[in-house]
Design a protein around this ligand. Structure first.
Ligand code: ZN
Length: 251
């Protein structure tokens, strides 16, 4: 089975289209949440995600934009974008987003699927020490997570008390690139595919991954897309300018 693992698309249609064009053959799509919020195409992206997806968990922006949660925890820019998104979404897409399941899910034996972390759907796992503590208690060898918008792999070998953090080392930040990682036995992994619609690891290219269960391997991808077009749409929608600027900064 070949699983396309996508996260944090954030209503960025240009980035999503570029990723789908660049993606290798796959059997199923796992979506780790934050389909909407920030970007200018919430309806188009939700429609595309629904066509593609078979396994979903909800993200904090999916909850806020569909009115499930209020905006207390959002900074003013994210809050404005969530309110704008709520007004744009069709009733059908609003209902779909409101009904997305809460993680963690186990869509396949030994594979967990969360937006934030296994213990809290809204937690940011940025610190390696947090990831290692969770890996020590993880019941599945493989957990896919999103939320941080940072493409990364944390791992803990069974005979070791210290974990490792791997950041895909691309040759440059230009063009489409991919990096393959063979998964080792007796090792637990937490892997973030990165964000399609708003990367925050200083690489503005859209990010996702492919998990090949037979090969027991992950391939990380970075794909360039028409950032200027996505930016123009954000500005002409009246969304905060910062949301356009950060796309080219990749942060
Ligand atoms: Zn997000």
């Amino acid at each position: 089975m070949r699983l396309l693992v996508v996260s944090d698309i954030h209503a960025n249609l240009e980035a999503l289209d570029a990723c789908l064009d660049a993606a290798p053959a796959y059997d199923q799509v796992y979506n780790l949440g934050d389909i909407v919020g920030y970007g200018a195409n919430p309806n188009e992206v939700t429609a595309r995600a629904r066509e593609l997806g078979s396994v979903f968990v909800r993200g904090n922006h999916d909850k806020a934009c569909s009115g499930l949660t209020n905006l207390e925890d959002f900074n003013p820019i994210a809050g404005l974008a969530a309110l704008w998104t709520r007004e744009q979404l069709t009733p059908d897409h609003l209902e779909f987003l409101r009904e997305l399941p809460q993680g963690p899910l186990e869509p396949m034996e030994n594979v967990h699927h969360v937006h934030g972390s296994p213990r809290d759907e809204d937690e940011y796992v940025l610190m390696a020490s947090d990831a290692y503590a969770m890996l020590a208690h993880a019941s599945a060898p493989l957990t896919f997570f999103g939320h941080t918008h940072v493409q990364r792999c944390f791992l803990l070998e069974s005979d070791s008390s210290t974990g490792k953090s791997l950041v895909p080392a691309y040759r440059s930040a230009k063009g489409s690139q991919d990096i393959k990682l063979e998964l080792k036995p007796n090792t637990k992994y937490m892997i973030n595919p990165g964000s399609i619609g708003q990367p925050r690891d200083h690489d503005p290219r859209a990010a996702f991954l492919l998990y090949d269960t037979e090969e027991s391997a992950i391939t990380f991808y970075r794909v360039p897309y028409d950032i200027q077009r996505a930016q123009r749409k954000i500005i002409s929608a009246g969304l905060p300018e910062r949301l356009a600027i950060r796309l080219e900064e990749g942060h």
